[in-house]
Design a protein around this ligand. Structure first.
Ligand code: HEM
Length: 155
C-alpha cells in the first residue's frame, strides 16, 4: 500500500508541476483562446481527486501521524486556492475581460501563486519522508523469526 501511496503522490506532484505550466500558458496566450481553462480544470477536478485518494491511501498505508497531518495541510492549501478568489471577489475584484483589482486584492490574489508553490513543495517532502519509511511490514510477519521469513520467502 505504501507503493500505491507513493505512486499517487508522484502523480499529484506531477499534476501540480503541470498546474504551474498551465497557469503560464493561460497568462502568455491571448485571452480569447481561453487557455486558462486547462489550469482551472486541472485545479478543480484532477488535483482534488488525486489529493483525496492520496489522503485515503495515507491512512491505509499507515504513513504515520505527522505525514497524515502534512497531507491534510495540503488539502487545506488546495481549498485556499479557491478561497483567495472568493475573498478578493467579495472585496470587489473581478476577472478579465473587465478586470478590476481594487485595494488590497492583488496581495490576496498573489497568495494563490505562493500557496500553490508551498503545496507542490509539501508533496515532495511527504514523498521523500514516506519513501524513507520503506514497505509496511504486517504484524504477523514482523513477529516471525528472520530465518522463518527467509525460508517462507524461498519456498
Ligand atoms: C501549483 C500552483 C497552483 C495551484 C495548485 C493552483 C490551483 C488552482 C485551482 C484549484 C484553481 C481553481 C479555483 C476555482 O475556480 O475554484 C485555480 C484557478 C486559477 N489559477 Fe491557479 N494554481 C496554481 C498556480 C497559479 C499561478 C502561478 C497563477 C498565476 C497567474 C494562477 C492563476 C489562476 C487563475 C487566474 C485561476 C482562475 C482560472 C479560471 O477561472 O479558469 N494559478 N488555480
Amino acid at each position: 500500500m505504501r507503493k500505491a501511496f507513493l505512486v499517487v503522490n508522484a502523480l499529484l506532484t506531477l499534476s501540480l508541476i503541470a498546474q504551474l505550466y498551465l497557469a503560464a500558458l493561460g497568462f502568455f496566450s491571448p485571452p480569447e483562446d481561453e487557455l486558462f481553462r486547462f489550469h482551472g480544470m486541472n485545479g478543480r477536478f484532477v488535483l482534488p481527486v488525486l489529493l483525496i485518494v492520496w489522503i485515503v491511501l495515507g491512512f491505509v498505508a499507515r504513513i504515520g501521524r505527522s505525514n497524515i497531518v502534512l497531507t491534510f495541510v495540503c488539502l487545506v492549501l488546495l481549498a485556499l486556492q479557491t478561497v483567495y478568489f472568493i475573498v478578493a471577489g467579495a472585496l470587489g475584484a473581478t476577472p478579465p475581460p473587465n478586470e478590476s483589482t481594487p485595494g488590497a486584492t492583488p496581495y490576496i490574489l498573489a497568495l494563490h501563486g505562493l500557496g500553490g508553490t508551498i503545496l507542490l513543495l509539501l508533496t515532495v517532502v511527504v514523498f521523500s519522508r514516506v519513501r524513507r519509511m520503506g514497505p509496511r511490514v504486517r504484524a504477523a510477519e514482523a513477529s516471525e523469526p528472520a530465518g522463518a521469513r527467509a525460508s517462507s520467502a524461498a519456498g
